[in-house]
Design a protein around this ligand. Structure first.
Ligand code: TPP
Ligand code: SF4
Length: 498
């Protein structure tokens, strides 16, 4: 700070003009270490420092500081958020384009910048960058390619040159064993969506000035509403390369540029872009919309006789097991409860086993996993055998057949048997067996109201004939509990297993 005062005083006295100053987009002091507040953690001669400077100055020149969100990676530049005085999000290794996608879609008016190294972007994050580019996300990605993993001590990167030594290619990279270097700019330029892709190099002042223009252009394009912009920056890593800063820059010029030619690979006019872009909503709009829908669908003033109720629905895929759980959760929501729905199913769409956990609660739900459900709905024998023992003592089991298998007794829970498929079949479709069960559940436990069920079905089922059938099935389940179960269809006379 003392040094700054001297500079300020000298400037005020007109003694000299400062032409190189730290951009205001950098914090005046870096809080990373109490004793090193004036310097970054980068090694002398590292390209990250230069790349940071170019980005900060472009943000400043374009007046975008208050609107910029920087997504920093894992790698040497993991601490970028200590330096850039903008909105900052630091993300998991390789995930910057995915996080940036979410940020930009949630805040379309912001300038979202992903900053990544070559290990981060071209190894662990290859999928994220390719798909963000392919979707034409309106983000700017600055890709610092130093042909090595810097932070972790010099392992081979996808961009490591043929013959270049690294700790994991100690004899030099051999295409036959390690493959050829990935050319990310060229790869992304093979996609339709990106609007601007350029490769630049921090090898000498002339190229650094070109890099400055490229960085600025990418941000300008984003500011003007264009799509995906990408600048690959060939960058020195003197420490891992084992070179002094000058030799490292020379190496960028002599070794990297011939392997990674500098070029503008894509430069589209902004007017060409908006063809059939989907409508983007801000997070606020989405949340407001959800709230409005929830308010409209609310069933006011219902009292629930439980604090928490855990319902496990289990059966085969195709029996509507997961849907039944979803409907219950939706109904709980409309009755003002906290809810969760946790599905679990195998790879088969049909006939594989499937189950879901539904929690209904007056308080916030700690975990959506039910180890002791209060209610088990078993849509097949396998589910009954597998999950009956989990049901809490005094809980309820609704079994979708007219009686329990002979070899099963369930002393700790009330078991209700209801031949749901047969009832549904008589109504016209075995598919609505799950609705028969829902009707039985609501009638037996009174956990949620039949009126709410009706409202939810009306909102979800668009086909009028099917809606009618679902309503009949709900009713049939209710009637079965009221009449048939009461006169002896319960497998245990006292309502509990013998
Ligand atoms: C999931 C996961 N895998 C591996 C690592 C270890 N790791 C940290 S940084 C890094 C590579 C960094 O290299 P690069 O992206 O080229 O950035 P540089 O450090 O050279 O700037 C790796 C592999 C990690 N942190 N997390
Ligand atoms: S190891 Fe390389 S990339 Fe990392 S800070 Fe040092 S010079 Fe920069």
């Amino acid at each position: 700070m003392a040094e700054n005062n001297v500079v300020e005083e000298a400037k005020a006295a007109g003694k000299y003009e400062v032409v190189h100053a730290k951009s205001d987009v950098f914090y005046p002091e870096y809080e990373r270490k109490s004793d090193l507040k004036h310097q970054t953690h980068y090694c002398p001669g590292c390209g990250h420092g230069v790349a940071h400077k170019l980005i900060a100055e472009a943000i400043e020149e374009l007046g975008l500081q208050d609107d910029t969100i920087l997504v920093s990676p894992v790698g040497c530049s993991v601490f970028a958020y200590y330096y850039f005085d903008v909105g900052n999000v630091q993300v998991a290794h390789g995930r910057a384009p995915a996080a940036a996608t979410g940020l930009k879609r949630g805040c379309p008016d912001k300038i979202v910048v992903a900053y990544q190294g070559d290990g981060d972007l071209a190894a662990i994050g290859t999928a994220e960058i390719v798909h963000a580019a392919n979707r034409g996300e309106k983000i700017s990605v600055f890709f610092v390619n130093n042909a090595i993993y810097g932070m972790t001590g010099g392992q081979m990167a996808p961009t490591t040159l043929v013959g270049q030594r690294s700790t994991t290619s100690p004899w030099g990279r051999r295409p036959v064993n390690e493959g050829f270097p990935l050319h990310m700019a060229e790869m992304l330029a093979s996609l339709e969506a990106p609007v601007y892709i350029e490769r630049v190099a921090l090898s000498d002042n002339k190229n650094i000035m070109k890099a400055r223009r490229a960085v600025r252009k990418a941000l300008e394009l984003q500011r003007d509403g264009a799509g995906f912009t990408f600048v690959e920056i060939l960058s020195p890593c003197p420490t891992i390369w084992g070179k002094d800063p000058v030799a490292a820059r020379k190496w960028v010029a002599e070794k990297m540029i011939p392997n990674f030619p500098l070029n503008v690979f894509r430069d589209r006019k902004v007017e060409m872009l908006e063809t059939s872009a989907p409508p983007h909503k801000t997070i606020q709009e989405v949340v407001e919309g959800e709230r409005k829908a929830a308010r409209e669908g609310m069933v006011p003033g219902r009292q629930h006789h439980f604090r928490d109720l855990g319902i496990k629905v289990a059966g085969f895929g195709g029996q509507g097991v997961l849907l039944l759980g979803q409907l219950l959760a939706e109904m709980g929501m409309r009755e003002g409860l906290e809810v969760s729905w946790l599905p679990s199913y195998g790879p088969e769409m049909r006939s594989g086993s499937a189950h879901c956990h539904v929690c209904l609660s007056k308080e916030r739900i700690g975990s959506p996993v039910l180890s002791r459900p209060d209610v088990l709905i078993a849509m097949n024998e396998m589910s009954l055998r597998k999950f009956a023992a989990q049901v809490a003592p005094g809980g309820t089991i609704i079994y979708a057949f007219d009686r329990l298998p002979d070899d099963i007794t369930i002393p700790h829970a009330q078991v209700i048997c209801i031949p749901a498929s047969e009832i549904a079949d008589k109504l016209g479709s075995a598919k609505v067996a799950n609705m028969v069960i829902m009707g039985a559940l609501l009638e037996e436990t009174e956990c949620l109201s039949a009126a709410t069920a009706d409202k939810v079905l009306e909102a979800k089922v668009k086909n009028p004939a099917l809606l009618e059938l679902d309503r009949k099935a709900l009713d049939a389940g209710r009637v079965y509990i009221d009449h048939t179960v009461a006169i002896g269809a319960l497998t245990q006379a006292d309502g509990f297993a013998q």
